[in-house]
Design a protein around this ligand. Structure first.
Ligand code: SAH
Length: 501
């Protein structure tokens, strides 16, 4: 019999995927199966490994798609198969999350478990809405209650009067449906109708909405605004304060679909979210390297004969240098060589290996690189161009017109990591922008099924990192709306920022 696996009850945080803990994220990245519900962000599911089993057990007030007992059973079954299972729960697993019931079931079955606490919405949604849950002189405590069980008989629970008399901040989860009962109950138990109150929908998420008022008028204001679940009700003096972030968020409300290799997409994700944007990963690309293949081995052996090496991507730089070492050489083999790079990102990558780019064109396009290089070389030069299989032929065309000799060697290929990516994953419906960072990315997107989305492409702006990428897009019948002026992650972000404004 197989040894039992482990179940990790992980708090996913209040909604913003960046508000998961490092420990939670690490458990998620290394698990064999993840059991999740609707409060956990879809973006977090991107973090699991390719062979991790994803099981949705969606639970929302009213529409239980899987009963708690079934979820308990499922967790036990998965662990009995020897799997390492993450039970991903919104907020903190023990804050009205029924985490305790899952623990009891695991205990009963003798399955080892670990609870990884999460940032609860009971605190984080308030902070995100600018409401400090305690504040010197105004509120010395906070109290969290469920608003869910209140209305079973349409009456307040017996301990509600004691709760209503507390002077601190009162927070109700799952209470939107019983808002009327709650506010009237608080007033009946002695709270003044003028007590500040607020309702926060989808706290920390892009769709966050806040309605403020007092106990007397909050119900009407909520009705007018059409606030929906998940929502939190706050009552107390602090609800009148507004300490919402004042840091600049130029991309607030902007939804961007991105494509690229995990390394590029990761950097772009960080940059765009730090500017306040929301990111959806549409297609992940992976790199197939030929750095230790025969053609590259030959090139490494002949390095003493080359005077220039030209890089047209940061990937090429990384692959070239790691291949050099893996093939038994070291950096001294290129000590005499001059380097040309297509853009800032590529030049920066080169500097990580201790080499400065001798030539980087101002416009970061392969054409400019070729034209600039043409002026710097003579018939005595020999140029090595280690590049991606789908790289531009323009460089070769221009160099052919010069006296210099050059060798163009395929160093890597970029392919779609999810050849069977579902239409759903790649849907661009509802997005404001879609970004492409390479011609290979464009090709992979359409080859993987992106063409089904053609009509949606009319409602979204397409951003390309440079002309080569834009040209690849044109081959699929669409012109780029924006072409980043600077060939880098921040170039894409800047292009979107100036357009969004
Ligand atoms: N364990 C979760 C709470 C689960 S109960 C936690 O710690 O956050 C579900 C309730 O939490 C919802 O009905 C709603 O009241 C609240 N909630 C969860 N996420 C929320 C969010 N992002 N914004 C507002 N309320 C939220």
């Amino acid at each position: 019999m197989k040894e039992n696996g482990v179940v990790y009850l992980v708090g996913a945080g209040p909604g913003d995927p960046e508000l998961i803990t490092e420990k939670g994220l690490s458990r998620l990245k290394h698990c064999d199966a993840v059991v999740y519900d609707s409060l956990a962000s879809d973006l977090l599911l991107r973090e699991v490994s390719a062979d991790c089993e994803k099981i949705y057990v969606g639970k929302r007030a009213g529409s239980h798609s899987m009963k708690q007992e079934e979820i308990n059973r499922l967790l036990v079954e998965l662990a009995k198969k020897g799997l390492s299972v993450v039970r991903l729960k919104g907020g903190d697993p023990f804050v009205f999350g029924r985490g305790g019931e899952e623990v009891l079931a695991l205990n009963k079955a003798g399955i080892p478990y670990e609870v990884v606490s999460g940032v609860t919405s009971a605190v984080a949604a308030l902070a995100s809405a600018g409401i400090p849950i305690t504040h010197r002189g105004l509120s010395r405590s906070f109290h969290v209650m469920t608003g869910h069980t209140l209305s079973e008989e349409g009456t307040l629970p017996p301990d509600f009067d004691a709760f209503a008399k507390l002077s601190g901040t009162l927070v109700f989860l799952m209470g939107l449906g019983n808002l009327s009962l709650i506010v009237n109950g608080l007033i009946k138990e002695g709270k003044s109708g003028g007590t500040p109150a607020a309702v926060i929908e989808s706290g920390t998420l892009p769709g966050q909405r806040i309605v403020r008022g007092t106990l007397s008028d909050i119900e009407e204001r909520v009705r007018e605004s059409g606030i929906k679940s998940p929502a939190i009700i706050v009552a107390g003096e602090v609800a009148a304060l507004d300490f919402s972030s004042t840091a600049k968020a130029p991309l607030k409300g902007c939804r961007i679909g991105i494509t690229g290799t995990p390394s590029f997409a990761g950097k772009l994700h960080k940059e765009l979210t730090s500017l306040g944007g929301t990111v959806k990963h549409l297609l992940s690309l992976s790199l197939v390297s030929y750095k230790t293949g025969d053609r590259m081995k030959e090139a490494y052996k002949e390095l003493s004969g080359y005077t220039w090496i030209t890089f047209t991507s940061a990937n090429a730089v990384r692959e070239f240098f790691s291949g050099l070492v893996e093939c038994g050489y070291d950096y001294r083999a290129v000590g005499h060589v001059k380097f040309a790079s297509v853009g800032n990102g590529t030049a920066k990558e080169l500097l990580k290996y201790g080499f400065r780019s001798d030539y980087t064109p101002e416009n970061y396009q392969v054409r400019d690189l070729a034209e600039g290089l043409r002026k710097l070389i003579s018939g005595k030069d020999r140029i090595l161009i280690p590049r991606s299989s789908r790289g531009s032929r323009e460089l070769n065309q221009i160099l052919q017109e010069t006296e210099a000799a050059f060798d163009d060697v395929v160093l890597y290929d970029v392919v779609s990591q999810t050849p069977d990516a579902g239409k759903e994953d790649m849907a661009i419906e509802g997005l404001d922008y879609v970004t492409f960072a390479s011609a290979s990315g464009v090709e992979a997107f359409f080859e993987t099924g992106g063409q089904q989305e053609k009509e949606w492409f009319n409602n979204v702006k397409v951003v390309c990192i440079g002309d080569i990428t834009a040209e690849a897009l044109e081959r699929y019948g669409r012109n780029a709306d924006l072409v980043a002026e600077v060939y880098s992650v921040s170039g894409i972000a800047q292009a979107i920022c100036s357009d969004w404004e």
